[in-house]
Design a protein around this ligand. Structure first.
Ligand code: GDP
Ligand code: GDP
Length: 454
């Protein structure tokens, strides 16, 4: 195997070098109707023939590729939500918080003709406290005569307002130049950090019991710790003790602050969920066991899988599950959860505290699977046996062969198979299934990339 590994090393290096590194992210924040979408279109539209949603990002979060002065970056439009009037200030504050967690540069768009409103001020206050560079855009300055209107926005405390007409393009080139200046050379890695307590996101559709579980965890398991040596905890996070270990729960403010949640739309909640998942190493998806598994539940699970985080599925409200419901639930799980059959499952009740302590055990199992590594030697030996017992079906007189396999990454595990031709997707799924059967990878999504050698 050593000789084979040496032979394929250049191919492995080439495959890894081909992959694009992360690009800086620019988030556009602002209340409805200030011109966020118009500005985003201005930034990406005329300069890029194809506007496409980023694959792997949930459809609720609108991210676009953009280029300016030869630099690639990503623009995230945080628009698309319409909270009721009462909840607007809270919702926009939450939106700004999400942007601070997920972007390298933040643009706060304000309607300069209307002037700064309470809602704009709420967003500005959050952004002032953060460390991210913020660009204040005074939009709807359609001609020079309106320019004095922009200076009224100094009061937001975010420095000089940048006058722009997103609609007509006035000032947009200068704005892009300014964004480039603020963009870091190397984008921040928003993924889970190494070291410190393990990072956990509690997610799920509304009313499955996330905040109840959080209360249960912070109440029964000793008090919430304020700080642990050597870690920095965002003010929106909590540290809790479960089963003798300290855990870092991500974005619990989103669970505690009921106002913001209630007044935002599903879109807003989904954005928040995505942010929490990305900041975490492992996500606990809560389902309401007393109700049928819904499309919305499936969507949250997909968010976790697509983000490449470890997954634990907690069936909550188990106190409401009687014998009949139990029977149907098991059928539903068999039918609808097959694609994540690898995820540890736990039946809990956030209300009674049932099995809540056991949650930590399942989280540990999932994290171990997420970090599991199989050596190249062992993998290829195993692969040879698999191929011998179950060869690839013949296509057009030939069967593609797997020449060499290697695990190139963990968190989550990632494999590359070098082959002599294209593999059937079905065969790749078979390989994945057998990998899981023989090696585990419990609780983790795994990816298998196939590279056909010419
Ligand atoms: P969003 O809700 O913040 O995404 O706002 P939109 O981009 O949908 O814009 C809201 C409205 O403001 C639309 O009718 C736009 O045409 C208009 N608008 C956006 N930018 C400008 C601008 O620079 N000048 C003027 N006059 N109108 C604008
Ligand atoms: P969230 O929207 O996911 O944060 O859900 P909540 O924690 O606000 O819970 C929604 C509702 O479900 C509340 O009325 C809770 O009291 C109830 N609930 C949460 N967990 C349980 C549970 O384990 N058993 C029962 N019977 N009710 C629960």
């Amino acid at each position: 195997w050593a000789a084979l590994a040496e032979e394929f090393q250049p191919d492995v290096d080439a495959a890894l070098a081909e992959e694009e590194g992360p690009v800086p992210v620019v988030a556009v924040v602002g209340r409805p109707n200030v011109g966020k979408s118009t500005l985003v279109n201005r930034i990406i539209g005329r300069r890029q023939a194809v506007v496409e949603d980023k694959p792997g990002v949930t459809r609720d979060r609108v991210s676009y590729d953009a280029v300016w002065a030869g630099r690639k970056f990503m623009v995230v439009d945080t628009g698309g939500w319409e909270p009721d009037a009462k909840g607007r200030a809270a919702a926009i504050a939450g939106q700004a918080e999400i942007a601070m967690r997920t972007a390298d540069v933040i643009i706060l768009v304000v309607d300069a003709i209307v002037g700064a409103t309470d809602v704009d001020e709420a967003a500005a206050k959050v952004l002032q406290r953060g460390k991210k560079p913020v660009l204040l855009v005074a939009n709807k300055i359609d001609d020079q005569r309106q320019e004095p209107e922009a200076s009224g926005l100094w009061s937001l405390g975010l420095g000089e307002p940048f006058p722009v007409s997103a609609l007509h393009g006035r000032g947009s080139g200068d704005l892009l130049d300014e964004i480039m200046k603020l963009m870091p050379e190397v984008p921040e890695d928003f993924g889970p950090k190494e070291g410190g307590p393990r990072r956990v996101a509690l997610v799920g559709r509304p009313n499955v019991g996330k905040s109840s579980l959080l209360n249960q965890l912070s109440k029964d398991m000793r008090a919430v710790v304020d700080d642990v040596a050597g870690t920095t905890v965002d003010p929106v996070d909590s540290l809790v003790d479960i089963d003798g270990e300290t855990w870092h729960l991500v974005d619990t403010a989103g669970l505690r602050r009921r106002v913001a949640q209630a007044s935002g739309t599903e879109y807003y909640a989904s954005l928040r969920t995505q942010g929490a998942i990305e900041a975490a190493e492992v996500a606990v998806v809560l389902l309401d066991a007393s109700q049928a598994i819904s499309e919305q539940d499936q969507r949250v699970i997909s968010q976790v899988v697509e983000s490449g985080r470890a997954l634990v599925i907690a069936y909550n409200k188990w106190d409401l599950v009687d014998e009949e419901r139990h029977y149907y639930l098991e059928r539903e799980i068999e039918r609808e959860m097959r694609r994540v059959a690898w995820a540890p499952r736990i039946n809990i009740s956030a209300m009674t505290g049932r099995a809540v302590a056991k949650l930590a055990r399942e989280i540990r199992v999932a994290l171990a699977g997420w970090e599991q590594r199989v050596s190249t030697g062992e993998l290829n030996q195993w692969m040879a046996a698999l191929i011998a017992a179950h060869p690839h079906p013949i296509r057009g007189g030939k069967a593609p062969r797997i020449l060499f396999a290697t695990q190139v990454d963990i968190r989550p595990p990632r494999f590359i198979l070098f082959t002599s031709g294209k593999l059937d997707p079905q065969y790749v799924r078979y390989v994945e299934r057998r990998l899981r059967e023989d090696f585990g990878f419990v609780g983790s999504p795994i990816s298998i990339q196939v590279k056909a050698r010419e």
